[in-house]
Design a protein around this ligand. Structure first.
Ligand SMILES: [Cu+2]
Length: 282
């Protein structure tokens, strides 16, 4: 029995370590065949920075997990053996308490410094200053709606239009969005873009991202469906599980020749559809 319990605990530690190693960029290198257990491939300009922080924190967790898990397995094995001697009761150890306060504190300070630049780039108000708003994002129980300013790039004018579920964006451009909630707390989460932001009722929260077209093409090569998921990452009610949407990326047209299939063509189609009674649905 002693051996079985020790082995089961050891198996738990080994399986735990295995899930860490399954995290794609570690051992297997990036590529479409790798596991992607933790994240899909990243396709935004700041994705690599988020992944670096994720890896840094994962390494810390892995080391702590192996140490504590290994100790647990060893103690279970060692102290479950039949013994004659009496147990030792001890209370408080100043040295140990200093160590397990100082080490986590030092690690937290390390994380705080490591994330400062990335956080300032992605989340601080200055990061989105002076850039026009690409679309407004409305979260509500249980769907996503997107409001675009239309060809004149101004909200509140006659050519504004809306889409439901699908957010269409051009590639290779810093895109700013205003995120709002119409009822309860939601969270706008796009794993491919490494974007996650709470939507809070009564607040307009700016977010931004930039889809890197080269990374996008590499990640979706050979895939028939080139859209990716929007998920609500905040438990928001009974229908939370179905509060999903998708992102579609289109290239910018720089000339008349590449107008077909471009973001500009899509905008024109949407405007036309909103002003016509007999336009086809897609
Ligand atoms: Cu939600």
């Amino acid at each position: 029995m002693r051996y079985i319990i020790t082995l089961l605990l050891l198996l738990l530690v080994v399986l735990g370590v295995w899930t860490f190693i399954g995290y794609e960029p570690w051992l297997l290198g990036p590529g479409p065949d790798n596991y992607h257990w933790w994240w899909p491939p990243e396709i935004s300009t700041f994705g690599e920075k988020i992944d670096f922080l994720f890896r840094l924190i994962s390494v810390m967790i892995l080391v702590a997990f192996v140490l504590t898990g290994g100790l647990l397995v060893w103690f279970v094995y060692k102290y479950s053996a039949p013994r004659e001697d009496k147990g030792v009761f001890s209370h408080g150890n100043h040295k140990l308490e200093m160590i397990w306060t100082a080490v986590p504190a030092a690690l937290l300070v390390l994380i705080a410094f490591a994330q400062m630049g990335t956080w300032a780039d992605i989340k601080f108000a200055g990061a989105t200053k002076d850039k026009p708003v690409h679309a407004e994002i409305y979260a509500s129980q249980f769907d996503w709606r997107f409001r675009y300013p239309g060809p004149d790039k101004e909200f509140g004018t006659v050519d504004d239009f809306e889409t439901a579920w699908e957010l269409v964006v051009p590639a290779d451009e810093d895109l700013v969005f205003h995120l709002r909630s119409q009822d309860v707390l939601h969270s706008f989460f796009v794993p491919h873009l490494r974007v996650k932001q709470d939507a809070v009722p009564g607040m307009t929260i700016p977010i931004w991202f930039n889809v890197d077209s080269e990374q996008f093409i590499a990640a979706f090569e050979g895939h028939e469906d080139k859209t990716f998921d929007i998920i609500c990452a905040e438990l928001c009610g009974w229908g939370h599980y179905k509060m999903s949407g998708r992102v579609r990326v289109l290239p910018h047209s720089t000339s008349n020749e590449d107008y077909v299939g471009s973001y500009e063509e899509w905008v024109d189609q949407q405007v036309e559809r909103h002003f016509s009674n007999d336009a086809p649905l897609d």
